[in-house]
Write a protein that binds this ligand. Structure first.
Ligand SMILES: [Zn+2]
Length: 459
């Protein structure tokens, strides 16, 4: 068997985001096959064999690829609606539209969501998909194949809802599944698609939508199912005051206690939002190593509040970043979340010391890998880890006058992506996707958004 070919990247600033936050002002990275072979200061070692490509990355910052930990791809075709609503009003306005999605719509929306993230430096994506209307086709298969075609590493959080309108929930009854169907379909998806190997490109998590759209049985049985199958657990938690009130009325306790009572705290769990957490909630997350997907833009868009990220980090809670669905964050880019995590947390209790640029970059890389359970494989640049990395161009108008590249990346405008590698394979060049036709995706997402709007208007 021929030796793996090498790619040598040189003359770039490097932020490794390793445990010591090691950085190089001018260094090199050597990629062999799908792994990082070596990196360090100065040029690459001389005499390397099988060098297929040598990249002069002068003027660039190299970082680990960005990792998104919370999203709803299908919402790509319902962006810009219900723009002045809080969470519950927004859900009530949008569920009747979402309940009409079908496989071609979900495929186009997944392509749109993935393309937007990948061209902006995301190398690991996730989709929490929980709307499975009766007869809508193989939605999980469509989403997974879209991620495979794009070439990004991917976790599908197979969602579910079994609390429709007749049971006091918000979604229409035909858009929810029965408890039995939800569990069986989730198990099926795990068995068909989950890969537990080190370089897995596709993983599956068990992900009932939220306490207010799911029965207690589905929460409890879902947790048991995930542990039986050895996969991770994901849901929404403590997003709004209304949700907190709902939990107290229905279950006689707050969201974190409810999660604990149903088996939903643990190092194999990560939860989106976690905005309304008191000190004992944070201590429970820290004690159990439960992870958090912080979604600052979506929380602002829906006026949900500011998550206590500095307190979560100080307590030792693993925290990653999420764009959330693009019906509540129309940008759909993770750079926005790096920047907003830093800025929005400074509006909270900790003021100017809330988060710095390096902590924000860590949330969007290593923190994301932690909450997805993949910190051994990706999330930092270290020898032996997977070659998921981004070359950000820092010598153009937007950033050239900022001396520190990490500050430029986080505080500045979204930096142009000269190249993005996933698993050692280049998927972006000069801001364009190499794996798919971006313009064709733009057209199909517009067509499917219009088709969905027509169907929803006729219903
Ligand atoms: Zn969400």
């Amino acid at each position: 068997m021929a030796a793996d070919r090498r790619i040598v990247i040189e003359n770039c600033a490097i932020a490794t985001v390793d445990a010591n936050d090691t950085e190089y002002t001018s260094g090199h990275v050597v990629v062999t096959g799908n792994r990082i072979e070596s990196l360090g200061a100065g040029p690459a070692p001389e005499g390397l064999e099988n060098v297929a490509r040598r990249i002069d990355a002068s003027g660039h910052l190299v970082t680990p690829g960005l990792i998104n930990t919370h999203h709803h791809f299908y919402q790509w075709i319902t962006r810009g609606l219900a723009t002045d609503h809080n969470l519950f009003d927004w859900l009530v306005a949008l569920y009747p539209v979402w309940a009409r999605i079908d496989e071609p719509m979900v495929r186009a929306a997944a392509q749109g969501s993935l393309a937007m993230m990948a061209r902006g430096g995301v190398t690991t994506a996730m989709d929490h998909h929980y709307v499975f209307p009766r007869g809508s086709g193989d939605l999980s298969g469509a989403i997974i194949s879209a991620a495979r075609d794009m070439g990004v590493r991917f976790t599908l959080a197979r969602g579910s809802m079994d609390r429709g309108e007749k049971d006091g929930g918000l979604p229409p009854d035909f858009a929810v599944e029965t408890l039995e169907d939800a569990l069986a379909a989730t198990e099926d998806t795990v068995r068909q698609h989950h890969d537990s190997t080190f370089d897995a490109m596709t993983q599956v998590a068990v992900a009932p939508c939220s306490p207010f759209s799911v029965s207690t049985e589905l929460m409890r049985d879902g947790a048991q199912l995930a542990r039986r199958l050895g996969v991770r657990l994901h849901t929404h938690g403590s997003e709004t005051v209304e949700e907190e009130k709902f939990c107290h009325e229905l279950f006689g306790m707050g969201p974190t206690d409810y999660f604990e009572s149903t088996g939903w705290l643990g190092e194999d769990v990560w939860m989106a939002h976690c905005v309304h957490m008191n000190d004992s909630d944070i201590a429970a997350f820290a004690r159990t190593r439960t992870g958090v997907a912080h979604c600052p833009s979506s929380n602002a868009r829906l006026a949900a509040g500011i998550a206590r990220v500095p307190d979560l980090l100080a307590a030792g809670v693993p925290v990653g970043l999420g764009v959330d669905g693009t019906a509540s964050n129309e940008s759909g880019e993770l750079h926005t979340e790096l920047r907003n995590a830093l800025l929005i947390n400074r509006l909270g209790a900790h003021k100017e010391r809330a988060l710095n640029a390096r902590q924000a970059l860590r949330l969007g890389t290593y923190g994301g890998a932690q909450v997805l359970g993949r910190a051994a494989e990706t999330g930092s640049l270290e020898p032996g880890k997977l070659a998921d990395l981004v070359l950000w161009r820092m010598d153009t108008l937007a950033h050239a006058s900022i001396a520190d590249p990490v500050t430029a990346l986080v505080f500045g405008a979204a930096a142009p992506v000269t190249a993005s590698f996933v698993n050692g394979r280049q998927i972006v060049e000069d801001g364009r996707l190499l794996t798919v036709d971006e313009d064709a995706i733009a057209r199909s997402t517009r067509d499917e958004a219009q088709r969905l709007a027509r169907i929803a208007a006729q219903a």
